[in-house]
Ligand binder design. Structure first.
Ligand SMILES: *Cc1c(COP(=O)(O)O)cnc(C)c1O
Length: 422
């Protein structure tokens, strides 16, 4: 079997499956580096790239990006600690999220961050008090705007709707005087995030232009600096048959123009572009092992040890139509493909990784790879469903395999529970 097995940097996936067990997420650090470097090379030098840990909070993934110069966008204490553990300097971290707890706010003012992204007037007041108590006079802040425009792009769009994120432009105008009364914060500019999974470069260029226009306008109206503007990101990757990848050179050229114009009008300012999915999706493969092959009413099923509990995005739970992530057989050469419905082991009919996937004849023991799975995998999946727990994560870097997350054991799962006295 091994001679037909897929490899990563010369290592056979069958050997990795043997060593680390299945299912697991496999990250190819070469690919991760290549994907980061490509955006970095094309993006305007006045724009800083920040990795959104939400897409993949693994510390080693974060460290690979950090070593290449990436900053980090974090939204919880654990994400903040992860970024710092990964070696990213506090100055290259921004903290964001609606509903920051008192502990998070305290961490924000005690860590010398690039900026805290503030999401409401009340949060500004809380941050101001915490900054005062910590003896600070200059905690850098970006005001998150809930944009009043929207984009009809492929992705999940955020603007033009009531949202729990950020502040409407009108609200910021009402707050004008209060914004100038902040003595312990230093407002540096604005933040806006328009949504995720944009696959048309025109949409992202349009968003960027509108965000920079709105930030410029608000800064002038409110008499605030516009020295740092976070233009969000939301660059998508193609998962399904009907999708194509972003035209990155065209995107970069469009964004370059818009950012160039902005920086010319605001010399010394910087722009932040925060990316999650685009940086990590393509380096990851979810590897699961076929446990059973069977037929029911004319449909051929391959039942694997991986599913919804680790990779809800690929299963598509919550979406109306089941669309397949790219999948392939990792232990079989091409030829004799037949349609398989590839399922997980969970006791729910929704636990389907792929429907009618054309795969070579499979047998128990074969490995299946779900590709483009390095973003919104385990951390965005119900890992406790049916008490299976979270899978291992393995990174191959410089030709060596590293276990970068230990698989949950039965003992791990049970040790979190308490039995009441009976
Ligand atoms: C989720 C999120 C991101 C990352 O989005 P991607 O589509 O994965 O790039 C960035 N910024 C904010 C504010 C987010 O909520």
């Amino acid at each position: 079997m091994a001679d037909t097995s897929a490899t990563v940097q010369g290592l056979a996936v069958t050997d990795l499956a043997e060593e680390f067990g299945t299912p697991f997420f496999l990250y190819d650090a070469d690919r991760l580096e290549r994907d980061y470097r490509e955006v970095r090379r094309l993006l305007h030098p006045g724009a800083d790239l920040f990795f959104s840990l939400k897409a993949n909070p693994n510390v080693s993934v974060c460290a690979v990006l950090g070593a290449l110069g990436s900053g980090a966008e974090v939204s919880s204490l654990a994400e903040l600690r992860t970024a710092l553990w990964a070696g990213i300097a506090p100055q290259d971290v921004i903290f964001l999220g609606p509903g920051k707890t008192p502990r998070e706010i305290e961490a924000c003012v005690r860590t010398d961050l690039r900026a805290v992204v503030c999401e409401s007037p009340a949060e500004l007041r809380r941050l101001e008090r915490a900054a005062r108590d910590a003896g600070r006079t200059d905690v850098p802040v970006l005001l998150r705007i809930n944009p009043d425009f929207t984009t009809k792009g492929s992705g999940l769009s955020m603007g033009g709707k009531p949202r729990q994120f950020g502040m409407d432009a009108g609200l910021l105008r009402e707050q004008r005087h209060r914004l100038h009364e902040l003595r312990h914060l230093r407002i540096r500019g604005f933040h806006a995030y328009m949504g995720t999974r944009f696959l048309r470069h025109e949409d992202i260029v349009h968003n960027t232009r509108e965000i920079l226009r709105l930030a410029t306008e608000l800064a002038a109206e409110l008499d605030l600096p516009c020295e740092l503007v976070d233009i969000g990101g939301g660059f998508g990757v193609a998962y399904f048959d009907n999708e194509t990848d972003l035209d990155l050179p065209a995107l970069a050229a469009g964004v370059d123009d818009v950012v160039g114009d902005f920086l010319q009008a605001h010399p010394g300012s910087r722009v932040i572009c925060e990316l999650g999915r685009y940086l990590t999706a393509r380096c990851g493969t979810y590897v699961s092992r076929v446990l059973d092959v069977k037929e029911s009413m004319g449909t051929r099923f391959a039942v694997t040890d991986g599913g919804t509990h680790h990779h809800m995005a690929a299963v598509g739970v919550g979406s109306f139509v089941k669309r397949n992530f790219p999948m392939r057989a990792l232990t079989r050469p091409a030829g004799g493909e037949q349609p398989y419905t590839v399922t997980g082991p969970l006791c729910t009919p929704n636990d389907v990784l792929g429907k009618n996937v054309l795969l070579p004849p499979l047998e128990p023991g074969d490995l299946i790879g779900v590709e483009r799975s390095g973003a919104y995998g385990p951390s965005a999946s119900p890992g406790l469903f049916l008490s299976h727990g979270f899978p291992a994560e393995v990174m191959v870097r410089a030709g060596r395999a590293h276990l970068v997350r230990v698989r949950d054991t039965v003992e791990d799962l049970l040790s979190r529970q308490r039995l009441i006295p009976m």
